[in-house]
Design a protein around this ligand. Structure first.
Ligand code: PEP
Ligand code: MN
Length: 375
């Protein structure tokens, strides 16, 4: 059970103390306080853990300073929405707001190769007012002899260049908890010129020890990719590991699922799950068209499949787009065939803006439908 306090209640107030004292004394129940950072306001939520079935939600609702009481289903306790449409979603990180209402594009290199390519990419983003990017330093590869990423060696120039071009958040995959420490150390050395959203890749979706370690740190938010071969429910439970350890600043990323049924795409595009993840959880939802589609192939209408897939995600309310670009895809060390060209960046951003406009119009339409039904 979750007890949400009125946003005007402070820890010093008498109501807070009285309610907390009451809840702490409930037999067989542990009360755990959670501070929730929302995009509008910060809230205090008290989690009641134990056998809460016998508790009366009405009695608790009547305690001083209580705004609402939510009975949670067992799954994804912290990240779940539990059918409560008003639950706060999202967080702010390094001046950028992430919620189920916002939209950010993270265009960048799948894998960092040279400082020149990083600079071309970041400069282009800066010139287009973008403040987020993706930069892979640690690459999980199918083949042990393939390029594994430059690791910590590339972090100094990646972070310096990000600072130079006003990039605020870099999505960067980690495959081991020590990578978070390396990122932390490198950002400190560089004087904190930018921020990092730590990415958990699809191969590590159920690497529970990695999830626990990344969940224990609360400095960096997490971009969590769904598992390529497990159910959505299993992926959402895995994301909850992060929150259960203390880090609930998590963005959930759809990246397609592995099955031959998706051929000729690299994965079967699963962006129809955007509204599902928003309904089941409070996480902002990202789509990764690059790893879903896996090529620059175009449809007869001349639009790349990858841009069609992106539009499908954005028109249904995606909050983030993670996408591979490369200044010279033929020279890319990882995933060149799916990287969009720098000359396609303006087109891609404009196409996303159109899809977003479509989503906003669809929201206005549902409002009109609601008022029609009320009449
Ligand atoms: C990536 O984003 O670079 C990546 C490896 O993605 P995924 O984990 O979805 O395969
Ligand atoms: Mn890749």
């Amino acid at each position: 059970m979750i007890v949400i306090l009125d946003s005007s209640i402070t820890e010093q107030s008498e109501e807070y103390q009285r309610t907390l004292d009451h809840l702490s004394q409930l037999p067989g129940i542990t009360a755990r306080i959670h501070k929730v950072q929302g995009d509008q306001q910060d809230l205090t939520e008290i989690y009641l853990i134990g056998d809460t079935k016998t508790l009366s939600a009405d009695d608790i609702q009547a305690l001083p300073g209580v705004e609402r009481v939510i009975r949670v289903s067992e799954e994804y306790r912290i990240l779940g929405r539990h059918r409560d449409q008003q639950r706060v979603s999202g967080f702010e990180y390094n001046g950028v707001l992430f919620s189920q209402d916002t939209l950010h594009v993270f265009a960048g290199l799948c894998a960092v190769d040279t400082p020149e390519h990083v600079e071309i990419m970041l400069k282009a983003l800066h010139e287009r007012g973008q403040v987020c990017t993706r930069m892979g330093a640690y690459k999980p590869r199918t083949n042990p002899y393939s390029f594994q990423g430059h690791g910590k060696n590339c972090l100094p120039y990646v972070f310096d260049l990000a600072g130079k071009y006003g990039i605020k958040v870099i999505a960067m995959e980690v495959t081991h908890e020590s990578h978070v420490d390396e990122i932390h150390e490198s950002l400190k050395q560089a004087g904190q010129p930018t921020g990092v959203m730590v990415q958990i890749g699809t191969r590590n979706t159920q690497n529970f020890e990695l999830l626990k370690a990344v969940g224990r740190q609360q400095e960096y938010p997490v971009l969590f990719k769904r598992g390529f071969g497990i159910t959505l429910n299993e992926s959402l439970n895995a994301a909850e590991y992060l929150a259960s350890e203390g880090n609930s600043r998590v963005v959930f990323c759809l990246r397609g699922v592995k099955t031959n049924m998706g051929d000729p795409h690299r994965n079967l595009v699963d962006f129809s799950h955007v509204p599902v993840v928003k309904r089941l959880t409070r996480m902002p939802v990202c789509v990764d068209p690059s790893h879903s589609v896996g090529s620059r192939e175009r449809a007869p209408d001349s639009i790349p499949d990858l841009m069609h897939a992106t539009a499908q995600g954005v028109a249904t309310g995606a909050n983030m787009v993670l996408v591979d670009f490369h200044p010279a895809p033929a020279k890319a060390l990882v995933d060149g065939p799916q990287a969009l060209l720098m000359s396609e960046l303006d087109w891609f951003l404009e196409d996303i803006a159109l899809a977003r406009e479509c989503y906003e119009k669809r929201l206005a339409l549902v409002e009109r439908q609601r008022s029609r039904q009320k009449l």
